[in-house]
Design a protein. Structure first.
Length: 183
């Protein structure tokens, strides 16, 4: 029964979200944390962080990981199917009935109206994640540097994630271990 509920929750999210996985974050949080209480907010943001660091489509990663955390393999499969199915249905319908969708002015107007909403849907979870990160004076430079590297210097986020993993391992092995040895 839980797998069916997960499918339906992610189906609704997939059907009514424009702008990709990042635009879904607020709706997913509402469904998983606020409405159904399947996980707490800290668990949710941990899931988002892991989904972002995995290769592949963010929306599918998010559905797979949160579905697995809530209900194991059946939850992962159900959530992923629910997230992917609306897009598949829409693409099949568009392909079957409209030869060149970009040629219609109405379609261009619709997407022009949706674009500012997508920006807001991505910005809100980003700001929430910024608050949850508990940045300090010592760590504030990390997201700033990452943003500069990606936005202005064209560095791939993959390299930044790898560097962050290595830095975290180094930090844990050297700094934290040295601190615990002194005690």
């Amino acid at each position: 029964m839980l797998a069916l509920k997960l499918f339906w929750a992610f189906f609704k999210i997939g059907a009514f979200t424009f702008g990709g996985g990042y635009a879904m974050i607020s709706m997913v949080k509402n469904a998983l944390v606020d409405k159904n209480k399947w996980m707490n907010e800290d668990e949710f943001w941990e899931c988002i962080t892991l989904a972002q660091s995995l290769p592949g489509v963010f929306a599918i990663n998010m559905a797979l990981y949160t579905g697995f955390k809530i209900s194991g393999k059946s939850g992962a499969a159900s959530a992923m199917a629910g997230a992917a199915l609306p897009s598949l249905i829409i693409i099949v319908i568009i392909a079957a009935f409209i030869e060149n969708i970009n040629g219609y002015q109405t379609v261009k107007d619709i997407f022009s109206g949706i674009r500012p909403c997508v920006i807001a849907l991505i910005l809100v979870p980003g700001l929430t994640m910024l608050k949850k990160a508990k940045l300090t004076k010592q760590t504030f430079w990390i997201p700033v540097l990452s943003c500069v590297l990606v936005c202005f210097l064209g560095v791939s986020p993959v390299y930044i994630i790898i560097a962050a993993i290595l830095a975290g391992i180094f930090w844990a092995k050297t700094i934290i271990n040295k601190t615990s040895e002194k005690k």
